[in-house]
Structure formats: structure tokens, C-alpha cells
Design a protein around this ligand. Structure first.
Ligand SMILES: [Zn+2]
Length: 191
């Protein structure tokens, strides 16, 4: 695996990693896998999530299989820099919900030696690139696309099909409204 290799001159440099995919593709599992290894290595880590639902202000966590990481909820990408105190690792979950400044923030951190790990949906339910994700993917050193399994045929799926008629891009707290579909099954439903 290419990740976490140190340059030959021994100098630690920053970079951007993106983990992307549809809903139910295991993005969070992959993020947590990386975060566990970082924690095990004793490296300083900050994890951020966008505050999507402003009605709730409780502690936000990202968890999977018993591993739990506290996430700092922020209202804007720039706010990430207010929290950063030279931690070597900055992870960003649900990166698709951030404003475009997230690209500049990630690049700024990487330029200062930070390993930036962004996880997010690459496409919305209409199969359009989601928010700042295409720009993050373009500027990242490493992009990992993970796949779900098509609910209809069992092939690898990369589309998050919304089963209801709502058309807003963000449906908060409604994962059950979606199903992962492959290209062929998604196209059959769309046309
Ligand atoms: Zn299919």
C-alpha cells in the first residue's frame, strides 16, 4: 500500500487523502480503519464533521465496530483552522457537506505538513458531483473509491438512489430513503 510512506529524505510532508463512494459503501469503516492505526501509533489527531442539523448540538462521534472517535462539529470549513494546533493528522468526515473553502483549508494544512484525510459522498442522489468533493479529489495525492453492493443485482454499486420523491440535495437523517445501485440498474430506474 502506498500510504504512510515517509519520503526518502526523512522529512515528514503533508498530503491529502480522499475516501469517497456512495452511501453504504463503507467510507466510514475505511476512515476508522485509518484513524485506529494513527491512534495506535500515538499520533495527534483531530476529527471534524460539518454541523448539518443545527437543532442538535450534542457531542458528535464517528464509530464503527466498537471504535469510537470524537468529532468536532464545525459550521464552516475555515473554522477547522481555529481548532488546529499543529496536530499532524486532520480527518474530515462528511466532507461533501462543507463549503468550497474546504479545499483551501485542506491544502493549507497539507502545506504545513499535515496528513489530511477526507471522507465523503462523491455523488449526490442525482449522480451529480457532490459539493466540494470533485475539487478535493482533484487536489488530493491519494483517492480511494469504495463501493457498495447493488441492491438490485449484486454488482458493485456507486450510485445512491433516493427512493422517495424529495428533491433537496441534503436529506438529514434519512439513510433509509436510499439504496445503492450499479450504473446499469440506476439507469434503468432513471429512464
Ligand atoms: Zn445493479
Amino acid at each position: 500500500m502506498f500510504l504512510e510512506q515517509f519520503p526518502e529524505d526523512g522529512k515528514y510532508r503533508g498530503w491529502i487523502e480522499v475516501i469517497c463512494g456512495s452511501m453504504f459503501s463503507g467510507k466510514t469503516e475505511e476512515l476508522i480503519r485509518r484513524l485506529r492505526r494513527i491512534k495506535f501509533a500515538g499520533q495527534d489527531l483531530l476529527l471534524f464533521k460539518p454541523r448539518i442539523d443545527k437543532r442538535y448540538s450534542e457531542e458528535s462521534v464517528v464509530s464503527h465496530n466498537g471504535a469510537t472517535f470524537e468529532a468536532i462539529q464545525v459550521d464552516s470549513a475555515k473554522e477547522i483552522l481555529d481548532h488546529w494546533k499543529n496536530e499532524r493528522i486532520v480527518a474530515i468526515d462528511e466532507a461533501q457537506f462543507f463549503d468550497q473553502d474546504i479545499v483551501e483549508v485542506a491544502s493549507h494544512l497539507a502545506a504545513h505538513g499535515v496528513r489530511v484525510i477526507c471522507a465523503g459522498l462523491d455523488m449526490d442522489f442525482q449522480a451529480k458531483p457532490f459539493g466540494p468533493m470533485p475539487f478535493l479529489m482533484a487536489s488530493a495525492e491519494y483517492v480511494t473509491k469504495v463501493h457498495a453492493i447493488c441492491m438490485s443485482c449484486g454488482n458493485l454499486a456507486q450510485f445512491s438512489h433516493r427512493k422517495t420523491k424529495q428533491t433537496e440535495q441534503v436529506l438529514v437523517g434519512a439513510v433509509e430513503e436510499y439504496e445503492p445501485l450499479c450504473r446499469s440498474c440506476y439507469n434503468k430506474i432513471k429512464h
